[in-house]
Design a binder for this molecule. Structure first.
Ligand code: SAH
Length: 364
């Protein structure tokens, strides 16, 4: 049993079963035992690999994309380049290097990183020490600058934000809660009380997942974009249209693990419901553009062209081909098709680069 599991069991014994949101917040963010608070989980030796860790091209293309949005904003003399959940800082390092190709843009940028983990803040500082920028760190989006346009990147951030689950049971919704099972281990069960205020209809047994914290973050950022101008790009594994179903999962050493086992030792995520995020963005007064698959965005931004240039200088050009294939693969398990990109902008900005036309690989 992990130390965190003991703490969670003590909390449940004292207060009764806890929401999955509370469980997820503790498993990922507990100050001493939370998964992200204690380690760098990325890469082959860690638990999972993210797009910026697969190829430098990912961050480079996003860096050029935000630079183009800066131009579309009329080249403001001060702009905040923000990343939510920057991990090792790789995406930001690659984006800044690419952005140097537009010196006018680079000199107007200050960098803001929203990161809860002290371990990862240190990794980000190390990665960015020669970037030419001195990042400012924020524990949440609340303290981001409110006097200049924002260009916000978020790769695999929203999937780590706590969710709640509700299940249809005898014609009513009840929240799924984490309690203590017969053998004394953590177990999922249904709240004794019916969930209030959920008017949704659904078939018996259906699971409704929602991330109120994600929706709140998105709405508040959209309000800022509306007033300050700018862009937010959210990239995540998720679904373009709302659907019932449970997607909470744990991953450890590149394999799925039971969600409630060993809290603090496994990454826990849920698929991102992009349609709800888009609605939250519109509620905040910003424009949510039709989403694209990761493959379509990277192809439209010129991943093949950039790969061609890198291959000419590479010792092992095949490695670059394999990385591009991983980022843009459209087979059933392919990142390029499974990962989606939501662009949210202020109304004055129009669709950002790549978002001008719908994605032919997504249903209407
Ligand atoms: N974007 C990176 C890392 C993704 S992992 C990449 O693509 O490699 C999720 C990141 O979000 C980690 O840096 C984690 O510490 C951070 N994070 C998760 N929940 C957070 C929260 N509530 N507030 C701030 N940062 C959070």
């Amino acid at each position: 049993m992990t130390d965190l599991e003991r703490e969670i069991i003590a909390e449940i014994s004292a207060n009764g079963p806890m929401g999955i949101d509370r469980f997820m917040a503790l498993a990922l963010g507990h100050p001493r035992h939370g998964y992200y608070m204690t380690r760098d989980p990325f890469g082959m030796a860690g638990d999972f690999v993210t797009a910026p860790e697969i190829s430098q091209i990912f961050g480079e293309l996003l860096g050029l994309m935000v630079a183009m949005s800066w131009q579309a904003l009329g080249e403001p003399s001060e702009v905040a380049l923000v990343e939510l959940g920057p991990g090792r800082g790789t995406l930001m390092a690659d984006a800044l290097r690419a952005a140097k190709a537009l010196p006018g843009f680079f000199s107007c940028v200050d960098v803001h990183l929203v990161e809860m983990s002290p371990v990862l803040q240190r990794a980000q500082a190390e990665k960015l020490k020669d970037s030419g920028k001195h990042p400012q760190w924020h524990a949440s989006v609340d303290t981001l600058p409110d006097d200049r346009p924002l260009l916000i990147l978020a790769n695999e951030f929203f999937d780590a934000i706590p969710i709640r689950q509700f299940q249809r049971h005898q014609g009513q919704w009840r929240e799924r809660l984490v309690g203590i099972g017969v053998e004394g281990a953590l177990a999922l069960g249904l709240d004794r009380n019916v969930a209030e205020g959920l008017t949704l209809d659904g078939p018996e047994g259906a699971v409704f997942e929602t991330s109120p914290i994600s929706l709140d973050i998105m709405r508040r950022l959209a309000e800022r974009l509306k007033h300050l101008g700018g862009l937010l790009l959210a990239i995540d594994y998720g679904h373009p249209q709302f659907a019932f179903g449970e997607t909470l999962q744990a991953v450890r050493k590149h394999k799925f693990a039971p969600v409630l086992a060993n809290p603090g030792e496994a990454d826990i995520t849920a698929h991102v419901d992009f349609s709800s995020l888009a609605i939250a963005a519109r509620r905040g007064g910003a424009v949510a553009h039709p989403i694209l698959t990761q493959a379509t965005l990277l192809e439209r931004l010129g991943i093949d062209h950039r790969a061609g240039i890198l291959k000419r200088k590479a010792e092992d050009p095949g490695e670059i081909d394999r990385a591009v294939e991983r980022l843009t693969g459209r087979d059933k398990a392919g990142m390029g098709q499974l990962f989606k990109v939501l662009a949210v902008t202020s109304a004055d900005l129009g669709p950002p680069a790549g978002f001008e036309t719908p994605d032919p690989h997504l249903g209407a």
